[in-house]
Write a protein that binds this ligand. Structure first.
Ligand code: AVI
Length: 322
């Protein structure tokens, strides 16, 4: 093995398949989850600290202000089940207010999950923490240790917005199945707002979001034996009014040709690779989305500008007509 090959990370066949199929598609696109390698995750953390990127600080403030009300509505002794165990500051705010009986962080990345769970356990030595390494896009069996406890799902960050409606409903339905009857879900959703504020949040003047988006090309080069000239692409963020979403694209600034894993691709100047959607929801939109998956909204908290919402949903019992 050459030194270069030894230094190259092992190829993830799913990444390879998604990139090859996505670049060859009639509307070229690569699923957003591939933005998050180590460097991508670091850049996303940097995005959350940008003055233009309002969601993280707005949601954190909402939690600080209203976690007590969430606790009043849910009662003590909950099992808090977090989908995508965050390394963020938000979880401790909720746990401090709620004083749950158990905390179940779920993440597909075992390494990240164990690190996050250990850090949290250190701050809450008396809390029973039961990490679950799994893909939460499907229904899951929760650890036996939380059987019989009332459940509160926690899905902050407006991550639901990164899914198209059909997939978002599938996920919310799977969460309902995982959490079970009588459960609740505390979920962060980003609101529709003026386009200028949205574009600034997704195309910041410091170029952090641009670096986050362009990192996908570097990752493809590093992991998939590719030779994409990264400087031949630029970050584009645009508001798609009909779909009520911000879209991130990588746009070719000149005609460009390259190979990925032995396949040739050509992009004309102006052609784009679609890399992410971030859907924004109005007052009724969020309710419709949740209701489509069997969740009713019990409470919603928003900031003064109504830029971000935290919703407490309740699993609706199955019902007959109408
Ligand atoms: C993770 N997710 C909720 C972020 C968002 O706002 O859609 C990802 C992001 N992409 C660019 N900036 C932030």
């Amino acid at each position: 093995m050459t030194d270069a090959a030894a230094a190259r990370p092992a190829v993830d066949p799913a990444f390879r398949a998604d990139v090859l199929a996505g670049l060859a598609a009639p509307i070229p696109a690569v699923p957003a989850r591939w933005l998050y390698d180590r460097r991508g995750s670091e850049l996303f953390e940097a995005i959350t600290r940008l003055p233009e990127y309002y969601p993280t600080r707005t949601e954190t403030a909402l939690l600080e202000r209203h976690a007590g009300e969430v606790a009043e509505r849910t009662g003590p002794g909950q099992a808090v089940v977090e989908f995508g165990s965050g390394s963020s500051a938000k979880t401790p705010i909720l746990l401090r207010a709620l004083r749950p009986a158990a905390y179940v962080p779920i993440d597909i990345s075992g390494e990240f999950l164990r690190e996050a769970a250990a850090a949290l356990q250190a701050g809450f030595p008396d809390l029973a923490v039961h990490p679950l390494e799994a893909d939460f896009m499907g229904a899951l069996a929760l650890p036996d240790a939380v059987a019989g406890l009332p459940r509160l799902g926690f899905f902050p960050g407006s991550t639901i917005g990164n899914l198209v409606a059909r997939t978002a409903v599938d996920l919310l339905r799977a969460m309902k199945e995982t959490l079970g009857e009588g459960s609740r879900l505390l979920i962060g959703m980003d609101r529709i707002k003026d386009v200028e504020a949205l574009l600034a949040a997704y195309d910041d003047p410091d170029g952090v979001t641009a670096a986050f988006n362009l990192n996908l090309l570097r990752r493809i080069n590093a992991e998939l034996d590719a030779d994409i000239p990264v400087e031949a692409f630029r970050h584009r963020a645009l508001w798609n009014e009909a779909m009520s979403r911000i879209e991130m694209h990588l746009e070719a600034v000149r005609d460009v040709a390259f190979s990925v894993a032995g396949r040739r691709f050509a992009f004309a100047a102006g052609a784009t690779i679609h890399t992410e959607n971030s859907h924004k929801y109005g007052y009724r939109d969020s309710r419709l989305l949740l209701r489509a998956a069997g969740w009713g909204v019990a409470a919603e908290w928003t900031d003064d500008k109504e830029w971000f919402s935290m919703l407490l949903a309740e699993a609706e019992p199955p019902r007959f007509a109408p």
